[in-house]
Design a protein around this ligand. Structure first.
Ligand SMILES: [Cu+2]
Length: 158
């Protein structure tokens, strides 16, 4: 009995440390959409909860050459977007990037994204005390014609 309990405890610790659920950061609902032929950029939506005041500083992924943090805004009646250096994560608040006008942008995809793929992401989080933590997460790729619309990725087509 004791051994079994210890086993489950160790398993829980391993899962917590190796997955999106770290000790301070929770990444939820990360998803993207399958790419159309010839498309080499795609947006990713997700939510991040930090139990301390922090900032999302950047993201890395093996599937593309780089990941940018984008913010959408209205200017002269037009929807525009720009790359931002970081995204604020207030303590204890679940920050839904999309609802706050943000998204991740996968730039220079090395291969098409297909429905059912899992995109590996490594998020760099900086806490208010300057501690830096790397958090791993996966974004699920949904079908191209998914009715749930992700952030306007067509805005980024070059
Ligand atoms: Cu964008």
């Amino acid at each position: 009995m004791h051994k079994l309990r210890l086993f489950y405890w160790l398993l829980a610790v391993l899962l917590a440390s190796s997955n999106a659920f770290g000790d301070d950061i929770l990444v939820e609902g990360a998803w993207s959409r399958a790419t159309a032929p010839g498309q080499d950029v795609m947006s990713v939506d997700l939510s991040i909860t930090s139990n301390q005041s922090a900032k999302l500083m950047g993201v890395l992924s093996d599937v593309c050459s780089r990941v940018e943090l984008h913010h959408m805004f209205h200017e002269n009646g037009m929807m525009k977007m720009r790359e931002v250096e970081s995204i604020e994560l207030p303590a204890g608040e679940s920050v839904d990037l999309r609802k706050n006008g943000y998204h991740l942008m996968l730039m220079g995809l090395k291969a098409p994204l297909k429905s059912g793929d899992k995109i590996p992401l490594t998020l760099t989080i900086k806490f208010a005390d300057n501690r830096v933590k790397k958090v791993s997460a996966f974004a699920e790729v949904k079908p191209l014609k998914s009715t749930d619309r992700p952030s306007q990725e067509h805005e980024h087509m070059r």
